[in-house]
Design a protein around this ligand. Structure first.
Ligand SMILES: Nc1ncnc2c1ncn2[C@@H]1O[C@H](COP(=O)(O)OP(=O)(O)O)[C@@H](O)[C@H]1O
Ligand SMILES: [Mg+2]
Length: 253
C-alpha cells in the first residue's frame, strides 16, 4: 500500500537554524496521525514542507507516492514548475490555528471561492457543494454570515468546510483549536471526528490529548526537530518511554 505521506531523513534549515533534523515517518491512507511537541519543535514547519510551502534541504518527502516538489526520472530529480506545485497543493487541505477566512466574503462565498477561481467550477456547482459542506459542519444557517459575525469556533468550521471544498486527499490541521475559547473547542473536534470516521487521511498537530487518544491512529512526539517517540496514542500517552515525552506530557495532560 502506498503511504499517503512518507518522510525519510527530512531536514529543513532557515539560514543557520537547523529546524528539522532528519524526520522519518509514514502516514497510511485513512489514518488520523497526531503530532505533538513543545512550541518551536518544528511541527508547523513539517506541515508546511508537506504541502511545499517550504522546501526541504535534505531527505525525501512524498505524498501519495509522489515526491513533493520534484519529479523523479531514473535516479535524477527535476524541480517542478510553480504551476505543477500549485496543482498538487490543491490535493492537500490545510487548516490553521487562525482561521484566515476572507473577511469581505460570507461563509458560503469563502467556501465557493477556490472551486470557482482555481478549479473553474460554475457557481451553481460550487454553491451546491458549499451548502452541503456548511450542513456537514453544523452551520447550515450561517451561509450568509460574514466571518466577523461568527464565533471563533464557527469560523474554524467554515475554514474546514472551505478546505474540504477542494476535495483533498489529505488534510493538515495545525493546532486548529488552540485559538478558541474552551467551550467552542468541542464542536470543532466533533467535525474532525466526523471526517476521521468518513476515512479522511489527517495529520493533526494538537494539544488536545483526549482527541488524540480517542480518534488518533498514530501519535508522534516531536522535540527539537526530531521524532522522539511514536506509536499508538494510547500507548504513548499512558506509557511514554522517553524522559522528554514524559516531561512534555506532564505539562499538557
Ligand atoms: N520562515 C522562517 N524563518 C526562520 N525561522 C523560522 C521560520 N519558520 C519557523 N522558524 C523557526 O523554526 C522553529 C520551529 O518553528 P515551528 O515549526 O513553527 O514550530 P512549532 O510549530 O512546533 O511550534 C522556530 O524556532 C521558528 O522560529
Ligand atoms: Mg506551530
Amino acid at each position: 500500500m502506498t503511504a499517503m505521506v512518507r518522510a525519510e531523513g527530512v531536514h529543513k534549515s532557515f539560514g543557520t537554524a537547523h529546524i528539522l533534523k532528519g524526520i522519518d515517518l509514514e502516514v497510511a491512507p485513512r489514518e488520523v496521525f497526531c503530532l505533538i511537541g513543545p512550541s518551536g519543535s518544528g511541527k508547523s514547519t513539517f506541515l508546511r514542507c508537506i504541502n511545499h510551502l517550504e522546501q526541504i534541504n535534505a531527505g525525501r518527502l512524498s505524498v501519495d507516492g509522489e515526491l513533493v516538489g520534484y519529479r523523479q526520472k531514473g535516479d535524477k530529480l527535476y524541480e517542478l514548475k510553480d504551476s505543477e506545485v500549485a496543482r498538487k497543493r490543491r490535493d492537500i487541505g490545510m487548516v490553521f490555528q487562525r482561521f484566515n477566512l476572507f473577511p469581505h466574503m460570507t461563509a458560503i462565498e469563502n467556501i465557493m471561492e477556490a472551486p470557482v477561481q482555481v478549479r473553474g467550477e460554475t457557481k451553481a456547482v460550487a454553491r451546491a457543494r458549499a451548502v452541503r459542506l456548511l450542513d456537514r459542519v453544523g452551520l447550515a444557517d450561517k451561509a450568509a454570515s460574514y466571518p466577523a459575525q461568527l464565533s471563533g469556533g464557527q469560523q474554524q468550521r467554515v475554514a474546514i468546510a472551505r478546505a474540504l471544498a477542494m476535495e483533498p486527499k489529505l488534510m493538515l490541521f495545525d493546532e486548529p483549536t488552540s485559538a478558541l475559547d474552551p467551550e467552542l473547542v468541542g464542536d470543532v473536534l466533533d467535525v474532525m471526528r466526523g471526517l476521521a470516521e468518513e476515512g479522511m487521511t489527517m495529520i493533526v498537530v494538537t494539544h488536545e490529548m483526549g482527541f488524540a487518544r480517542e480518534v488518533g491512529d498514530a501519535l508522534v512526539f516531536m522535540d527539537d526537530g526530531v521524532v522522539v517517540e511514536s506509536g499508538h496514542p494510547r500507548d504513548v500517552l499512558t506509557n511514554p518511554r522517553h524522559d522528554r515525552t514524559k516531561s512534555f506530557l506532564s505539562k499538557v495532560l
